[in-house]
Design a protein around this ligand. Structure first.
Ligand code: DGJ
Length: 380
């Protein structure tokens, strides 16, 4: 009950905005595209290409079935990050019931990166199979020569079948013959210990690891990383992609073992890698988590909660869950936190919480702004 009252208070305090104005970002408001329709790109990511931003995200529909893929991945373009043009559906689900991409499967958190060598746009997304809930924990791949698509669906995989993570101790590479995990709560100390000691990695070793909430990150040297919630959402895996970005190279590490992180979003600032992630509370928001590393593979060090709002705002990350961090083109030290305010009862009504990332004592932080535009970064 108290949780419910607190929730509605936060909703009210964060929901003062009504609609976006031209050139201005109004977090939590209805965000009309060039046709006046609320942008439909949830759990998304933004790619900057040839001086234009492209926002890819889950196309939701009305009602609670709208969280399953009835349409596919939608894409929008913009020059100023505030006004967006509808570029249509980049990846479509299909009617063919023999395809894994059949309508009513789950497609979440699509991210697109550009591969210079093959001149190809590469999309990876979290993919669940129709009628199986979140059991399959696959990551899907689709590619296109054209940034706005149509993207061709290639495959979905549980990565790293038969490959150990680079940072797992040899002692954990044993086979569990007698272990009974029935009734174990994975967030309890006992569950966390089992996870840390590699229970899930061993369990999924042959078939491939779980890959749910995900993001992509391309480093300055062109190497791309696929970062995803694995091990029953208890541990993140940071995986290097091959040079064409279309496969896993086989090099991966376990990150923040047993700490149950979802919604990873990564950026690089002054030689350090920062990650904002969330805890695991379904569609409900929870406090964001900030971590730092000297390399995407880690080790990652936890830096606490980056939110600097009221207690209620911090508890819910301004009523949002991270999805991506946009490096603003042509500006140094200018990054935007992209978060989703999910509305599972009517998925299409989900709102976007975009906030400028500010730095306090050299560390990234989040503060609420009723509205703002990218001139906020001119001071940098
Ligand atoms: C939290 C994840 O971050 C979302 O992408 C979605 O999978 C929901 N869980 C489903 O409950």
């Amino acid at each position: 009950m108290i949780k419910k009252i607190l929730s509605s208070m936060v909703m009210l305090s964060c929901l003062h905005a009504v609609a976006q104005q031209k050139g201005v970002i109004t977090p939590g408001a209805i965000w009309p595209d060039n046709k006046g329709v609320h942008i439909n790109a949830h759990g998304g990511g933004v790619l900057v290409h040839k001086n234009t931003y492209y926002w890819f995200g889950e196309h939701k529909v009305e009602g609670d079935e709208g969280n399953r893929a009835q349409v596919g991945v939608h894409v929008y373009s913009s020059k100023n990050l505030a006004d967006w043009k509808d570029e249509g559906v980049a990846l479509s689900v299909v009617e063919d019931t023999t395809s894994l991409l059949v309508k009513d499967c789950i497609i979440e958190r699509p991210k697109v990166i550009y591969n210079q060598k093959t001149k190809t746009f590469v999309m990876w997304f979290h993919h669940e199979l129709k009628g199986q809930g979140y059991k399959a924990a696959l990551t899907g791949l689709a590619i296109s020569k054209n940034i706005t698509g149509p993207y061709q669906y290639i495959k979905s995989v549980n990565p790293h079948a038969g490959i150990w993570p680079m940072n797992i101790p040899d002692a954990y590479k044993k086979t569990d013959t007698t272990l009974n995990v029935e009734g174990i709560k994975w967030k309890s100390p006992q569950g966390q210990k089992l996870t840390e000691e590699g229970y899930f990695v061993r369990r999924d070793f042959k078939k491939g690891q779980m890959a749910r909430d995900m993001t992509l990150f391309v480093d300055d040297d062109g190497k791309a990383y696929h970062i995803h919630s694995s091990e029953n959402n208890q541990t993140l895996h940071v995986a290097e992609l091959t040079d064409d970005y279309q496969n896993f190279s086989g090099k991966y590490t376990r990150v923040l073992e047993g700490k149950a992180n979802e919604a990873p979003a990564i950026f690089k600032h002054e030689g350090k890698y920062y990650m904002i992630s969330s805890g695991t509370t379904g569609w409900d928001p929870n406090p964001a988590r900030l971590s730092v590393a000297d390399h995407p593979f880690g080790p990652w060090k936890e830096l606490g909660d980056p939110s600097r709002g009221t207690v209620a705002e911090n508890k819910t990350t301004f009523w949002s869950q991270s999805t991506y961090i946009i490096p603003v083109k042509g500006k140094k030290n200018a990054f935007i936190y992209m978060g989703d305010r999910w509305t599972p009862k009517n998925a299409i009504d989900g709102r976007y919480i975009w906030l400028p990332i500010l730095f306090e004592d050299g560390k990234p932080i989040l503060k609420w702004f009723d509205s703002w535009d990218i001139s906020i970064f001119n001071k940098n």
